[in-house]
Write a protein that binds this ligand. Structure first.
Ligand SMILES: [Mg+2]
Length: 251
């Protein structure tokens, strides 16, 4: 992957891909396995199962990530949490290389755009997922949650998106393409005038959020502003929605 320094004079737009539950389907049930490990982590702090479930949901809702509540209120070492939760997932048994997905990434025209990851996971997990999917050489860099930083930021906080623009040396947010399975994350990018936002929505499947199983739908938070975010059920649809970033098939 390119270091951030090497993109300094690069004015190509960036295509930002969320990683978890976007580059692989929610049908892998990784979010459920992750939820189980996070629950076990809460319990290992001496909480009852009921308290663990309540706090898991509360911190997820309040902070966007359970870990942020854990570091604020329980003096948890975020890297220990990462090892025992994301790091303990048997990802190799849960997701697999998909040649069609790799082809989709190969068909994005690198003369026109850069392709980066934008994830709430720590770098180790993000890189592991990309390696298994054989996309690690096709995603140039990753903006991730840096668990080593006290009070680290994450999606959907505007500071996180701002940090991403700075790392990629982009001043004009309209040059950003962005896809994420979490509608709040997409709405946050749209509110910051990111140019081409897409919600990846595998309607009818289930995923776990904050320790609760939820059927995936396109419902939005009460009071959300009307916006014109596009929606896809499969990443292949990006060939149409973002047709301008793909190689011309005649070339
Ligand atoms: Mg996601």
């Amino acid at each position: 992957m390119a270091s951030s320094e090497s993109v300094l004079e690069d004015d190509r737009p960036i295509v930002w891909f969320d990683i978890d539950n976007t580059l692989y389907s929610a049908s892998s049930k990784i979010s459920q396995a992750m939820g189980t490990l996070i629950h076990a982590y809460f319990v290992s702090l001496g909480l009852s199962h009921e308290e663990a479930s309540e706090l898991h949901l509360k911190y997820y809702t309040q902070y966007g990530l359970a870990l942020r509540g854990l570091t604020r209120h329980h003096d948890v070492d975020p890297l220990d949490f990462d090892r025992k939760c994301d790091g303990a997932l048997p990802l190799e048994d849960m997701i697999a290389y998909d040649p069609a997905l790799r082809k989709l990434f190969e068909d994005i025209d690198r003369k026109k755009v850069r392709v980066w990851g934008l994830t709430n996971a720590y770098r180790l997990h993000a890189e592991r997922v990309l390696r298994i999917l054989k996309l690690d050489d096709l995603i140039e860099d990753i903006v991730y949650c840096d668990y080593r930083v006290k009070d680290f930021v994450c999606k959907p906080e505007s500071e996180f998106y701002q940090m991403a623009l700075e790392k990629a040396n982009i001043t004009d947010p309209s040059k950003c393409y962005f896809i994420d399975d979490n509608r709040k994350n997409v709405d946050a990018a749209q509110a910051l005038n990111w140019g081409h936002c897409v919600h990846f929505c595998e309607k009818g499947l289930e995923a776990m959020e904050g320790g609760r199983i939820k059927e995936i739908d396109d419902a939005r938070e009460p009071g959300s502003l009307e916006n014109d975010v596009a929606q896809v059920q499969m990443l292949e649809e990006l060939r149409k929605v973002w047709s301008e970033i793909f190689k011309d098939p005649l070339q």
